[in-house]
Ligand binder design. Sequence first.
Ligand SMILES: [Zn+2]
Length: 413
Amino acid sequence: MSRLLLTHATLFTLSGAGQARRGTAMRELGLISDGALVVEGSRIEWVGQTAHIPREYFNTQEIDCKGRVISPGFVDSHTHLLFTEPRWDEIAARHSSLPESTPRPHSLDRGIQRSAREFREASDGELLAKARRRLVDLQGFGTTTVEAKTGYGLTNEQELRALELLRRLSAESLAAGLPEIHPTLLAHVPMSGTAEQTFGWAPLIQQAKTMGARFFDVYCDHGAYTLESARRLLQCAQAAGLMLKVHAEQLHPTGAARMAAALGAVSVDHLERLPADDLGTVARSASVATLLPGCAYFTGPPWPPARELIDAGAAVALATDLNPGTCPSLSMPFMLSLACAQMKLTPAEAWTAATINGAAALGMAQETGSLQPGKRADLACFETCDLREVVYSPASNLCVWVMQSGRIREQAQ
Ligand SMILES: [Zn+2]
């Protein structure tokens, strides 16, 4: 088995009990200022100070990382990876308040419905190629694990197709040394022109589990699923053995975050309009509060109440919400920058939210998200000794390489 020794790095290990960090513990990054790390095969074998490397590792292939930060790779625990193209004209029109460049006479050919039409019309090859390119790009910013939702199918047939494409993408990604993919079945919006469709979901949820989906997610909001429909779907998914996630409190307060936390959801996501009365309940629950700064950046405030959640003891994660309508960015460093500049997080809290807490939001905190012996060797290396430079330089990419399950992938210069 191949063995590699990394030396003289500024290491942020995030090491701990393999679970989400909460409240003030989010500021502890496990710094080793002249750190070393031994990787054997796909696993981390040893972590410590360069001066204390055990003799048995002396004759190992070595990479000198002086002047560089090494941290766990980012875990992007909320994306809609599988789509055709961002809806650029809708995004530009929203920002400029000018009409869309391509007039769309049919009101249904906008928003999620439009992305669903494009998904239906695109070939498997086109969808896979676009998702593959996004995986390469997001890995280039330091991401080594990514969650990916269905949700542009909107019919059982097309949702099954999305799951099958995610299964193929996941296998290809593993073979190619691209980020690990965790698939989620998403109940996005009911098909237009019909009553709320919850009936058709039960068989789909059953099938999703056998096709490799780990999570079930439902978008609970006005114009999407109601609280009662969302609850029924979540209970159905829980019975089928899927872990639960919810798009909650994004555009309107609905009570979805409180409901999902009570059901034991692994994460409650968005929370821009989390009712003040529910904040303590969410913070004290086992659910990770996954906040998506890119969404507020592209669609406007309010920003999610990150500071209040952490101060109330919550486990907060950050993710991109990469999607064609409200966040076309796949850069985790950009999300960290937004979280610090606009959501009052410290750089250390943001880093924790993007690594070990992201892993916890995927039920993967025992496997990735920190640098400690036995864990998968998913690392990101940055051209700086100070991670604050990564956070506060959102237009620069300081990531020089990532290690994906023990394999180094250098950035194209
Ligand atoms: Zn989303």
